[in-house]
Design a protein around this ligand. Structure first.
Ligand SMILES: O=C(O)C[C@@H](O)[C@H](O)C(=O)CO
Length: 279
């Protein structure tokens, strides 16, 4: 499903119990310096990540000051975030004008909040220019946080250089059937550089059957409920997407690579490092 760019007025873009992707939650908050935003999501753990600007976050009796140090856009430095436990009330106070992602996953237990600072971001870079698969993932809540988080995985993905593909070789994660695959609902929010760039998101629900393709633009949201989901950017532009994964029954992600294309895994340098960082 494609949700075109729009002004969401600080209201959830993907609210709780979404009929297509019930395991994820997504909001984008825009604040000017000095403003604050209060929220509480029943039944979902969340993570606050400034796309731009700096905020202070208060939750569960703790204060996490000066989160986020990016200026103009998501290409300006590394992300930071704060984990908000299930059912906890949170207050975001803008220290500068800012745009803030709130990523969530359905989870029944209430854990302990913590901050992830830029120095703790888990970076993985893989692929190559000649296979048009050169990319970089910055894990904010990745495998390194399995002990502190219930079901939520939060990352930022960049195509490296202009043009190219991501999510390839195509894979899916829509059915709990270990050891081959887990069910993780997924939500993306895209950015392009320059911002009038755009791309395509494929969603092939059944092997060997034509699927859907969405024209994604700056600030498009895509929900991945089922199927293989590679995406690409126009030549001459860079692509970024904020990614949220919510597991149905475990946090660790097991991707199932589409048999038709799986042989190409061997052509993509370092891709198994990317796979390992979700496990
Ligand atoms: O393949 C990539 O470059 C990233 C993807 O794995 C993406 O994060 C995803 O779809 C996870 O299932």
């Amino acid at each position: 499903m494609h949700i075109p760019p729009h002004d969401n007025a600080n209201q959830p873009i993907v609210d709780i119990d979404h009929p297509l992707v019930p395991y994820v939650y997504f909001n984008i908050i825009r604040l000017t310096a000095g403003q604050h935003f209060d929220y509480r999501v029943a039944g979902y753990e969340t993570c606050i990540v400034p796309a731009t600007g700096t905020v202070t976050v208060e939750t569960a009796g703790e204060t996490f000051a000066d989160i986020g140090h990016r200026g103009a856009d998501v290409w300006d430095g590394d992300p930071e975030g704060v984990y908000i436990p299930t059912d906890a009330a949170a207050r975001i106070t803008a220290l500068t004008d800012c745009e803030v992602f709130i990523a969530g996953a359905q989870y029944g237990e209430t854990l302990t909040p913590f901050a992830v600072r830029a120095a703790e971001i888990d970076l993985v870079q893989y692929g190559s220019d000649d296979t048009k698969t050169h990319r970089k993932i910055k894990h904010i809540l990745g495998a390194a946080h399995h002990d502190r988080v219930g079901r939520l995985l939060v990352s930022e993905l960049y195509t490296v250089g202009a043009g190219g593909w991501s999510g390839f070789p195509s894979h899916k994660h829509d059915t709990d059937r270990l050891p081959d695959e887990t069910r993780h609902d997924e939500c993306y929010n895209f950015r392009f550089k320059p911002d009038y760039g755009s791309g395509l998101q494929m969603l092939q629900r059944l092997d060997n059957e034509p699927g859907d393709a969405y024209h994604i633009m700056n600030r498009s949201t895509v929900l991945i409920d089922k199927g293989y989901h590679p995406c690409c950017v126009l030549p001459g532009y860079e692509m970024y997407y904020f990614t949220i994964l919510g597991g149905q029954s475990q946090r660790s992600l097991k991707q199932y690579f589409q048999p038709t294309h799986a042989a190409q895994l061997h052509t993509i340098p370092g891709i198994m490092d990317m796979v390992a960082k979700f496990k």
